[in-house]
Ligand binder design. Sequence first.
Ligand code: MG
Length: 232
Amino acid sequence: MTAITTVGFDADDTLWHNESFYRLTQARFADLLADHAATEDLEARLLAAERRNLGRYGYGIKGFMLSMIETAVEVTEGRVPGTTIGEIIAAGQEMLSHPIELLPHARESVAALAESHHLILITKGDLLDQERKLAQSGLGDLFDGVEIVSEKTPEVYDRIFAAHGAGPGAAAMAGNSMRSDVLPAIAAGAHGIHVPHDLEWEIERAEAPDGHARFHRIADLGALPDLVRRIG
Ligand SMILES: [Mg+2]
């Protein structure tokens, strides 16, 4: 077994809260358009727009705002008032300035592993927003590298773990998304550590690779340092 020398951390909903802000904005969006669509229908249309637009806008709040506007135009058949568009933009801009709330054990876990391992933050999303959140989190100095990527594929993990360490065979990736953090890291040859968050974005869902030798699951980040020492 190769020693683990590098640990990758996902950011949103792994180190700090994120999806909860999307849910709050979505509830506000549903209120704004309550006269035109039932909440469930509106949410389904918004999710379809987000899926459709991922390849154009990438991940993050700006793309989410544009998908809300597109959905508003759609459900009102082009008659959405400018004031409603203004409210949607204001809701998105509020998301872009929400305060960072670290998840339980995030700081102590990152600090403990920083003493013994190379730590890389690997996240998708809007560049400026992710940089802002990392700066506000106070965790920035504990990471040896930060990678803000457009998609988390096995090739991306391979490149990052080769650039920042001894390759994926000597790396572990911890995150809340089975689809983006765990499965592609394992496919690249790294360990994939699932740290579930109770709110999960539909698009990030995937089956767990139960039984895979490099798949691990922990309840929260408090268990991460011990797990990394045990597997590597
Ligand atoms: Mg995440």
